[in-house]
Design a protein around this ligand. Structure first.
Ligand code: DTR
Length: 341
């Protein structure tokens, strides 16, 4: 009897060991790599539209090896905490607007100067070239996945702005380079990120804003701002950044998919933005009776003249940070000419 029990125990133990052996030697069935992607404005706006496009492309091109979980509307990280949140690993990926931290992104915020860039497509390709040429120190702690800009900024207001006199002391919402532009024209720029603007307009805290014009439709600003003055000035540069440890943990084939997508995504976003501005303004004029004001050439020359000191100011700021300011500007002008062709 004792012998039978011992034999039984021995067999049971051997069976268990065999089972453990089988389980351990079977390669683990690897699930997809899941990445979180944080964004600050509401889902229908262009930064989030480009995010969804990037997600679809990455998932398709990695054949499902990577799964991107998107968080629009500041649900994971807000507008001003994006860069530090990604560095700290609160999100794997984040999309940031550099104008919201002007002193931090001096090189790339040069796109906020009055440089004569006429589209988001050109702005985005120029920004990507600028980044890859100068690799600014402020991006050293992250992997930059792509960059893009808005279309040029224009004035949206509740009262018509036809001359420089009309804009004196006017409270207009702005951020970054465009805020400097407004100040130079004599307006009173009120700084705040885009998601805070609808409430400020509704409450009458501001009488309008300066930004790319797709927001007339995406944020329904055309319902309040019945005038648009075409000044075609500063662009807002954006970056999509990944936590460096996340980047290093990715297999080389996945990294290649993302690297190959970088400039393509910049171009795609630029073209999407340009088309969307046209569509938004058609909607604003036709359904919201928005008046578009074109400044006569002589008036426009006055406006442009007031912006000349801004470039000088940027040069001084860049030099103070030890940056080759004049070389950057010369490169920018060459890049603009090349991509505008
Ligand atoms: N113009 C910048 C950036 C910007 C333009 N369109 C959108 C839409 C959603 C968020 C930001 C932006 C700004 O004024 O904040």
């Amino acid at each position: 009897m004792k012998g039978t029990t011992r034999l039984f125990r021995f067999l049971a133990l051997a069976g268990m060991l065999l089972l453990v052996g089988i389980v351990c030697s079977t390669p683990a069935v690897a699930g997809p790599i899941e990445l979180t992607y944080a964004n600050f404005p509401p889902a229908p706006t262009f930064p989030c539209v480009q995010m969804e496009r990037w997600k679809v492309e990455v998932e398709k091109r990695t054949q499902g090896k990577v799964l991107v979980k998107t968080f629009p509307g500041g649900t994971l990280l807000g507008d001003k905490e994006m860069m530090d949140g990604v560095i700290a690993g609160q999100a794997n990926i984040g999309n940031l607007c550099m104008a919201y931290q002007p002193g931090r992104f001096v090189v790339t915020n040069a796109l906020g100067l009055h440089l004569g860039i006429t589209s988001s497509r050109v702005g985005s390709l120029v920004l990507w070239d600028l980044y890859t040429k100068y690799k600014p120190e402020e991006f050293a702690k992250v992997k930059v996945l792509t960059m893009f800009t808005t279309a040029p900024a224009n004035i949206m207001s509740t009262k018509p702005v036809r001359t420089l006199a009309d804009i004196q002391g006017m409270d207009l919402r702005a951020s970054g380079g465009a805020a400097e532009v407004l100040k130079a024209w004599g307006a009173n720029p009120v700084g705040m990120p885009m998601p805070a603007t609808p409430e400020a307009l509704q409450k009458g805290v501001v009488k309008g804003l300066i930004s790319s014009l797709e927001v007339m439709k995406d944020f329904k600003f055309a319902e309040i701002c019945k005038y648009v003055t075409m000044v075609n000035t500063a662009l807002y540069p954006f970056a999509v950044v990944m936590n460096m440890d996340t980047w290093k943990s990715l297999p080389p084939d996945v990294q290649k998919v993302m690297d190959d997508l970088a400039v393509e995504q910049a171009r795609w976003t630029g073209e999407y933005m340009d088309n969307h501005v046209t569509e938004a303004m058609t909607w604003a004029k036709e359904t919201q009776k928005v008046e578009v004001i074109e400044l006569p050439a002589a008036e426009k020359a006055n406006w442009d003249k007031k912006l000349e000191p801004l470039t000088e100011k940027w040069i001084a700021e860049a030099k103070a940070k030890g940056l080759p300011a004049e070389a950057i500007l010369a490169d920018l002008r060459e890049m603009i000419a090349r991509h505008t062709k």
